[in-house]
Design a protein. Structure first.
Ligand SMILES: NC(=O)c1ccc[n+]([C@@H]2O[C@H](COP(=O)([O-])OP(=O)(O)OC[C@H]3O[C@@H](n4cnc5c(N)ncnc54)[C@H](O)[C@@H]3O)[C@@H](O)[C@H]2O)c1
Length: 713
């Protein structure tokens, strides 16, 4: 034994060959502060050893090293000086590995991400097994690699491949890693250690020129000026097209690689350190790290709930083969839970199946699935017009039209058909779960299971607990949502639940801007380009459907009569009355068609102004943002204060996964904290006369005064 720490150890495994083994307690290895310290001490213990001829780096776990410990980030980044010292010191530990006077080989299994990837880049050779997943995903956290990744990767795989990898955060599976030169060989898991040792012995014997392999990593990037110019200008174009102006990290990644290209390792590392630290102080990094941590919290919580389920869902029944029913049936079948899909119309069943075929066809075309999977998924969906075929399902997901009376009778009917212990859920978007539960004899087995459109793409499922819903029902439905590959968030019942409850005040804020004669195209432009929503409120109304939005407005008005009263003269009501339903019938705020090449077109036809009135006023972008967003944030605060959702973290994830809230803003609560609670209250007070949706709660006022936060972690 040469070195023994809690998270890694170093041993001579044969004469002259030392093995650094990462083996932290727990399920994975990561570069937390302690591991970095031990790594540094382990390398120090090797550097003066005169018996040393070669070093093997590997993991004793099913996965190599998953990266830095992100749970340490937000506290660390709050202290600028500490962050500077940390990143400078940590990055130099990797130099110690690279500077060993003997050859080094990394044996890579499972994830080698972030710091894990940077550790293998500091070795002279890399060999991977077929489970390896290698990459530098830091941009997804609003950061760049901080342990030399931006310096070593371009020198190992060339600037084009490196820039693509670093600015997108993509993962490399073994074949891709081998093709770009990120690893030198790929082998089976059984032979990984032996393969790495054999490579190391060859290097020690001089059959592999490890010094020549190492040298380029210590010097300026080997590429002529024209090559560099081409690489950097292509990357610049791609970054602007993909990331735009709201995400600083891909731009910083390019800057680091470009500025460091003419430098040796030390100077290039200093540039990386400088930009890494700069990014740690951005709102985007705080938001994106916050999302990562909140996502972990949500996933951990739902896994725990799902584990407690005693009822296993092996077969499901979906009622309604429309947009949602068809999507839910596809998703369930594609994740291995066969489905009986029931409708009252044969043509609806055909449409539902067609939708599933289309999604599968696209995946087949892209080479993501085989013909066998296509056939298996389609045969797992049994269309039917008869309730009797639902007799042996474990769960029902009701997705018929959003009409409380129809839903009540459909639910009562199906309860008579299914087994006594079968679970019954509704995909209603707004109708109270407690109200629907009144139609059932056993409301304890009933809850909401709210999917988002399109089901196969949107990651969120809101699970709505009614006052009679049992814990077992929640556990089994959570397990089913996870089986379907979704992120599940459990909320308590109220009109609109969580996501739609906060969406409608946002639409109301938008309507009030229209009432003030502000043009909807200008509002959409600001909310998309400046705030960062994937679609502005007018466009979103068209996608949701004006009839659906109008109908939901009634439900919300009934639930919250003073705050969300219906406005019959509002643009949404007028467009719905004029049967301009949005994308579903080609006309809403905008008009929809396809161009000559079959690409979707969205245009403004001045006809719309005959219905909603000519809008000729304009407003500053800050005012548009404030008037749309304050009602959403205020409603979200009410949801947390009333216990509709357990935490601000879950609320933020629900908005990001359910509505596409801009990730660089991190969710409604992160946005509130970034603005500052005091500043938000001040801003909301300015608009308080516009109505209750602008008026802040006493809880927020108090927190703003005392410097409190809504986040628990
Ligand atoms: N469309 C969305 O974006 C969206 C998103 C989330 C939730 N939802 C909710 O999902 C539900 C369905 O919405 P949709 O958009 O899929 O509607 P849809 O109109 O596309 O489909 C409804 C289907 O239900 C069928 N149906 C009607 N009565 C039935 C009965 N008695 N038994 C079986 N089938 C019956 C209809 O024939 C139709 O095929 C609604 O509650 C809606 O609020 C919709």
């Amino acid at each position: 034994m040469i070195y023994k720490g809690d998270n890694l150890h170093v041993d001579f495994i044969e004469p002259g060959i030392a093995e650094i083994t990462f083996d932290a307690p727990g399920s994975v290895n990561k570069f937390d502060e302690k591991t970095l310290t031990e790594f540094s001490e382990a390398l120090d213990s090797l550097s003066g050893n005169s018996d040393l001829r070669g070093v093997l780096v590997r993991s004793a776990k099913p996965t190599f090293i998953v990266g830095a410990d992100i749970t340490e980030f937000l506290t660390l980044f709050a202290d600028l000086e500490k962050t500077k010292t940390w990143v400078h010191k940590a990055s130099r530990v990797f130099d110690k590995l690279e500077d060993l006077p003997v050859p080094s080989v990394a044996a890579v299994n499972g994830f080698a991400l972030g710091g894990g990837c940077e550790a293998i880049l500091a070795c002279d050779y890399r060999i991977a097994d077929e489970t390896a997943v290698i990459g530098l995903p830091e941009v997804k956290l609003g950061l760049i690699p901080g342990f030399g990744g931006t310096v070593r990767l371009p020198r190992v795989i060339g600037p084009d491949n490196a820039l693509e990898a670093i600015t997108t955060g993509m993962n490399h599976k073994p074949e891709k890693a081998l093709a770009v030169g990120l690893v030198d060989a790929v082998t089976s898991s059984d032979h990984l250690k032996e393969g790495a040792l054999s490579m190391l012995r060859d290097a020690i014997a001089g059959e592999l020129d490890w010094q020549a392999k190492r040298q380029p990593k210590l010097e300026a990037l080997k590429a002529n000026d024209t090559e560099k110019l081409m690489s950097f200008s292509t990357a610049k174009g791609m970054i602007w097209a993909k990331a735009g102006k709201h995400y600083p990290s891909p731009h910083a990644a390019l800057e680091v690689v470009e500025r460091g290209a003419g430098e040796g390792r030390e100077a290039a590392l200093n540039i990386e350190n400088e930009l890494f630290v700069k990014l740690t102080q951005t709102d985007a990094a705080r938001a994106q790290v916050g999302i990562f941590l909140a996502d972990q919290l949500v996933k951990g919580k739902s896994k725990k709930v799902a584990k407690s389920a005693t009822k296993k869902i092996s077969r499901a029944g979906v009622l309604g083969a429309g947009i949602m029913g068809g999507g839910i049936a596809y998703q369930s079948a594609s994740r291995g839970v066969p489905v009986v899909m029931k409708d009252i119309r044969r043509d609806a069943l055909d449409l539902g199946l067609n939708e599933a075929s289309k999604i599968l066809g696209k995946a087949l075309e892209r080479g993501k699935i085989s013909q066998k999977i296509v056939a298996k998924t389609l045969t797992s969906i049994t269309p039917t017009l008869n309730n009797s075929e639902l007799a042996d399902v474990d769960i029902i997901v009701e997705a018929v039209v959003e009409n409380p009376k129809i839903k009540a009778s459909v639910l009562a009917e199906v309860e008579k058909v299914v087994a006594k212990d079968a679970i019954i859920t509704s995909n209603t978007s707004t109708i109270s779960i407690d109200k629907l539960a009144e139609s059932l004899e056993d409301p304890s087995r009933f809850c909401g299971m709210h999917f988002f459109n399109p089901v196969h793409k949107m990651p969120l499922v809101e699970i709505i607990r009614g006052k009679h819903t049992s814990d077992e029902t929640i556990a089994a439905v959570t397990a089913y949502a996870l089986q379907m590959g979704k992120t599940a968030i459990v909320v308590n019942d109220c009109p609109g639940f969580l996501v739609n409850r906060v969406l409608f005040p946002y639409f109301a804020g938008f309507s009030k801007l229209l009432d003030d004669d502000i043009d909807f195209t200008g509002i959409d432009k600001v909310m998309e380009k400046e705030f960062g929503w994937p679609m502005g409120p007018a466009y979103l109304c068209d996608v949701v459907g004006m009839d659906t939005a109008d109908h939901a407005t009634n439900v919300m008005a009934e639930g919250f009569p003073t705050r969300m009263a219906r406005d019959d003269n509002g643009a949404i009501a007028k467009l719905a009355a004029a049967e301009r339903y949005g994308q579903k019938n080609g006309k809403g705020f905008y008009e929809y068609s396809v161009d000559k090449r079959g690409r979707p077109q969205k245009v403004v036809n001045p006809d719309v102004y005959d219905i909603i009135g000519k809008k000729s006023a304009s407003a500053e972008k800050d005012e548009i943002i404030a008037r749309c967003m304050i009602p959403m944030v205020n409603e979200m605060i009410r949801c947390v204060e009333e216990g509709i959702v357990d935490s601000a973290e879950e609320a933020d994830i629900a908005l990001i996964y359910g509505l596409g809230f801009p990730p660089f803003r991190g969710g409604a609560f992160r946005y509130l904290e970034t603005l500052g609670l005091e500043k938000f209250v001040e801003l909301a007070d300015k608009y308080a006369d516009l109505g209750e949706i602008y008026q802040v709660t006493d809880g927020l006022r108090e927190k703003a005064k005392t410097g409190g936060t809504y986040f628990k972690s």
